[in-house]
Ligand binder design. Sequence first.
Ligand code: KIV
Ligand code: ZN
Length: 519
Amino acid sequence: MRTIRVFDTTLRDGEQCPGASMNSAEKLEVARQLARLNVDVIEAGFPISSKGDFESVKAIAREIGGTSRPGPVICGLARTMQADITAAGEALSPARRRRIHTFIATSDVHLQKKLRKTRGQVLDLAVQAVRMARSYTPDVEFSPEDAARSGFEYMARVVAAVLEAGATTVNIPDTVGYATPTEYGAMIRKLFVAVPKLRQAVVSVHCHNDLGLAVANSLAGVENGAGQVECTINGIGERAGNASLEETVMALKTRRNHYRVEVNVRTEELYRASRLVSRLTSFPVQPNKAIVGANAFAHEAGIHQDGMLKEASTYEIMTPQSVGVPESRLVLGKHSGKHMVRRKLEELGLVVPEADLARVYEALMALADKKKHVYDEDVATVVEGATGAVADAWTLEALETMSGSRKTPAATVRLRKGKRVVTAKGRGDGQVDATYKAIDRITKVAPELVDYVLQAVTSGKDAQGEVSVRLRWKGREVPGRGAHTDIIQASARAYLNAVNRLLNPAGGGVRTGKSLIQV
Ligand code: KIV
Ligand code: ZN
């Protein structure tokens, strides 16, 4: 059976979408998880786009790609310009296995309206870029951007030329998610016929989700000979996103009898990857999301529950364990000792640095005090909170709120920063608003609340509520996230998490008002 390479672009195409930006430390954390997932290629970023991107590609190239252990190839994106390729080559230099991915559009609309170049000029640029990239690495990928809307003959001519110039992977993007599965599959099949040399290279598929067809189109590409799929965790990406890695991989695995291919991904790491990316980007995962959504393995209907109790395969085509979704069984309680907590963390594959263990234990016990049942999902949430990448400058010491149908909601908040403890009161439209006003008074930050999402991340009446916010202040926009059994507390934590990012120049976020780079 052929093995399909999984090329993850969460840190490039995924991170490029509005609001998903991560700082360097967060990107490195995602890259580590992608390495645990055992993806074949990590597209770590677009080095020319910013100094931060350059540095994080370099850090990932050093830590993940710099070891002698087999692991993912580290890839960097570059337009066909010399400066882009030089930046990518330099950023990737610490990696033993490195790839430069260069691209230029081939559709008439892009040529005429965006690039203002002729077909001949674009073909020359593509060939020169691939040759230049080859001087940095033998592993070069080329993409004719907007391939799905390009004139087929011309696109095939460019593909043939870049293969002659030394491209080893040719990626065929459906940049605007326009193709249907039948069309996209046929295009890949026809390309093999039009460019016989493609058989000596790897054909890659890269599909956007504007019509909700990204995964279906990618799979159609595989059915027609593609050897690599490009995707992102949770399907994040420009506009409606990219093909979701977890859905694409699980379709290939679960329907192996149909696709007749193998993948190297360790699927048991999928859920953890999904949670991590969701936490770091503050993009919640919809409950009915295939594979990693909260309801993906939940059975409510009596008939379904009856079937499940008799034989799980009646209503489940894959097991939750196969994608790393923890079983919702009670295991931890307030009488559990440190030993039990350590075992549980190991069982769930949660790596907690020794220095954070005591904090995680205390947080779990505090939760166990409030909740009757501590589920596996609770443990993951607590660990994420207690070992979060952002070192919080202000921490929540106490929060009291008051509300009623005839009262103006009010909040009293006590925050700590080092030895400093400050208390302030706030009044607002609701308890959350009042809390945020009190926090603003203490931190002297007055951000605009751009987004607020509340969801239950665990089950039961005593579930953990998770709040994701986006704050905008002084031209920067940052995410924040907080979880607690009390939703006002969760709201306060999420807000404080984002405020701390705003106060920290290295706290990530996007500059609002203009994109970092025009392509
Ligand atoms: O969607 C697209 O065309 C891209 C290219 C840079 C490959 O992301
Ligand atoms: Zn893309």
